[in-house]
Design a protein around this ligand. Sequence first.
Ligand SMILES: Nc1ncnc2c1ncn2[C@@H]1O[C@H](COP(=O)(O)OP(=O)(O)O)[C@@H](O)[C@H]1O
Ligand SMILES: [Mg+2]
Length: 266
Amino acid sequence: MAILTVERLSVSYPSEEGWVRAADEVSFTLEGGEIFALVGGSGSGKTSVALAFTKLLPPTARIGGRVLMEGVNLLEMPPTELRKIRGSRISYIFQDPASSLNPVLTIGSQLIEAIEWHTPKRSAQAYATAVDWLKRVGIPSPESRMSSYPHELSGGMQQRVMIAMALSTGPSLLIADEPTTALDVTTQVKVLRLLRDLQRALNLCILFITHDLSIVERFGQRVGIMAEGRLVETGSVGLLFQNPTHAATQNLLRCYSLLSLPKRES
Ligand SMILES: Nc1ncnc2c1ncn2[C@@H]1O[C@H](COP(=O)(O)OP(=O)(O)O)[C@@H](O)[C@H]1O
Ligand SMILES: [Mg+2]
């Protein structure tokens, strides 16, 4: 079943030379329970597409096309309605967890706030749910961690907290925009494994945005390749690696195999 249908989505930003088109008539469908990897080089428009779904773009940006969830176009929804969808039905995690967390609030209070905001739970219940989520995302001693401040946690642990916050409200779609790019390789692998386990357990749909083909190879199921604002190719991960048809995809793969050569030799 389709969770989200994106139809001819365009995003433009004003510049001194006129409108810059960051996304150009992008269309694709996200199915329930799948991991769809949106892949492309820096500046290819991936983040603009993902933020446009729930109008998280700067107010000067121009958005065209439709984003349908259960037949309703999110782009035409009143702001208050859309705010309810964002966080409860569609959650986001970003590259830098430190900038998404409030530095002066404990992670426990931020998690409780997210849970109470989206679900009518009383404090004691919200507290228990928050501890439970910290446990689920692999935070050691979750009860005592509730009173930690973000800076007391490593980057990997901060990202686990963000995942807990994003999933605690029971979304059907998680948008993960370069969620492991700021982490060291070992932590990357652990966080990816966690995301995959949660995705399976919750039958979650993940839109996984990355420039890193090594992650796509291990983690993705279906892939869409972005280049210069266009979605140039979509297909299964295996097919795309074996038989890329678009020049942009071939280019990404060529760079990837060049980069991964030394690793293979050692
Ligand atoms: N807030 C903004 N204002 C103006 N231009 C922007 C803004 N955000 C992104 N862009 C431009 O839009 C294009 C696509 O950016 P982005 O969606 O961030 O790509 P990606 O996530 O693939 O790196 C780039 O050329 C970028 O410079
Ligand atoms: Mg981006």
